[in-house]
Ligand binder design. Structure first.
Ligand code: AHR
Length: 495
């Protein structure tokens, strides 16, 4: 088949906020213990942080990491992870039926984040706790005052505030799995009052209110409206969460996942703007897609885990080639909506539904999804340009009228490079792409990388770490987007 992909100078979507390449580390499974932290490991530093893991995180250039949850945060007392480590409580962790030793908390994580060259996006507990604890943790982390919580931080060895700028008002508070689930009205009031107090302590912070846990929630829409009507003036972002998967093994249908993500984003934007109109406000609420990924492979094996273990292997999805293509495509959807999506977190980063896997006491390896994330994060910085595309569509199961080809371009800030991210979702049918860059003079294609292969189910492992890696395509002649592929095309301005 043929596809026309046109970019032009008047197709500017937005300057991309680098925080769209953020990720997430929760106290869940082996993300922290046996993941980023493993004292005694041969690569561990003076604080017990694994440097083989940190090196791979740096390779992904992750600007910000959400912490400490997720579901975990809704039962978490942040003070448990501060101060003298020998006195920290060992607790029943109710979100994941595990034992939390509290060896790592914000005291250690903020140091780890500095070493990993990332900022922190911190979530507060609005499940079992409320506004009082939320304002206290902001004081502990950010305040320079001579007051109780700021002094507690100093006593714990940190004179300088941690300077955490972005905070989540709870996590997935609409979900009945959440510790301390709320009805929309309850959460709306709590989020509003908590936001006010947190900003009184530190007016420079930005806040994310919880949207629905996904578009499948019965209260989706109504929840967002209720929360925004109450808290509009006190929050800056609304969260979106969504996970995709292929549980019924229909790969063609699965290839349509990004279209579903795109619709979800547009529906939430419409709700935000409806409330803006109602309030006659000048302020635009931006979106924080703070949990997105593929998640389904590990569901069955997780049910077999014994409860009350320390760092059990939970949510350890083993990703394959088709997952990598979908993840690359989901990133295209985020970039296409970068005028409103200012923050997005690949959930998660290490061991738990993650691009980076470790063997406790052993090595580290890259999952298939590592690669589209890396190429987009490294090359997708600058200004997003929309594509005008002419191509076929397909319908398969719940994926209806899906364009076979999708793409977005990013022009670098110095205008020397244009990166095109493109997908061919039609399995087994190559697309001959006619690519044009109208108004962008003197650019030449210098690199074409793709994630493609004969076996969509092939994945990597500690023993075969390079089974699925990006393929270098030859340049010259027409651009072929292989049937079932994610592609990165680099154009350089010629001197
Ligand atoms: O990322 C895994 C879990 O997914 C998070 O803890 C929760 O917020 C979501 O349901």
């Amino acid at each position: 088949m043929k596809a026309q992909i046109k970019f032009s100078k008047d197709g500017v979507i937005s300057k991309i906020d680098d925080r769209i390449y953020s990720s997430f580390i929760e106290h869940l499974g082996r993300a922290v213990y046996g993941g980023i932290y493993e004292p005694g490991h041969e690569t561990a530093d003076d604080m017990g942080f694994r440097h083989d893991v940190m090196d791979l995180i740096k390779e992904l250039k992750v600007p910000m990491i959400r912490y400490p949850g997720g579901n975990f945060v809704s039962g978490y007392n942040w003070e448990d992870g501060t101060g003298d480590r020998s006195k920290r409580p060992r607790k029943m962790e109710l979100a994941w039926n595990s034992i939390e030793t509290n060896e790592v908390g914000i005291d250690e994580f903020q140091e780890w984040a500095k070493r990993a060259s990332s900022d922190i996006m911190m979530a507060v507990n609005l499940g079992t706790r409320g506004a009082d604890d939320a304002r206290n943790v902001v004081e502990y982390c950010n305040s320079k005052t001579d007051t109780y919580y700021a002094n507690m931080r100093r006593e714990n060895g940190f004179d300088e505030p941690f300077g955490i700028k972005l905070w989540c008002l709870g996590n997935e508070m609409d979900g009945d799995w959440q510790i301390g689930t709320k009805r929309a009205g309850e959460y709306a009031r709590l989020a509003c009052e908590t936001a006010k107090l947190m900003k009184m302590v530190d007016p420079s912070i930005e806040l994310v209110a919880c949207g629905s846990s996904g578009p499948q929630m019965e209260t989706f829409g109504e929840w967002e409206e209720t929360v925004l009507r109450e808290a509009y003036d006190h929050v800056d972002y609304l969260s979106l969460h969504s996970y995709y998967g292929n549980p019924e093994n229909n790969s063609q249908e699965y290839m349509g996942s990004a279209v579903i993500m795109d619709k979800f984003i547009k529906d939430v934007v419409a709700i935000c703007d409806k409330v803006k109109e109602e309030k006659k406000s000048d302020k635009k609420i931006m979106l924080s897609f703070d949990e997105w990924n593929v998640w389904f492979h590990s569901n069955e094996q997780d049910k077999k885990q014994e409860p009350w273990q320390v760092a059990p292997p939970l949510l350890e999805d083993m990703y394959n080639l088709e997952d990598a293509i979908v993840v690359g495509d989901l990133m295209i959807a985020l970039l296409k909506n970068s005028d409103r999506v200012k923050v997005a977190c690949l959930a998660q980063l290490v061991n738990v539904i993650a691009p980076i896997m470790t063997v406790t006491g052993g090595g580290v390896w890259k999952q298939t999804i590592f690669y589209p994330f890396k190429y987009t994060s490294l090359n997708g910085r600058g200004t997003a340009i929309k594509a005008d595309i002419t191509c076929d569509t397909f319908t398969e199961g719940k994926a209806v009228d899906v364009p076979t080809v999708d793409a977005v371009a990013v022009i670098s800030d110095d205008e020397s490079e244009i990166s095109v991210f493109a997908v061919n979702r039609k399995l087994g049918e190559d697309a001959e792409a006619e690519l044009s860059l109208d108004g962008f003079e003197g650019f030449e294609l210098v690199e074409h990388i793709s994630m493609e292969g004969d076996d969509l189910k092939a994945g990597n492992s500690i023993t075969e770490p390079d089974k699925v890696v990006p393929v270098e395509k030859s340049i010259g002649g027409s651009v072929i987007l292989t049937g079932g592929s994610w592609n990165y095309l680099k154009f350089k301005k010629q001197a």
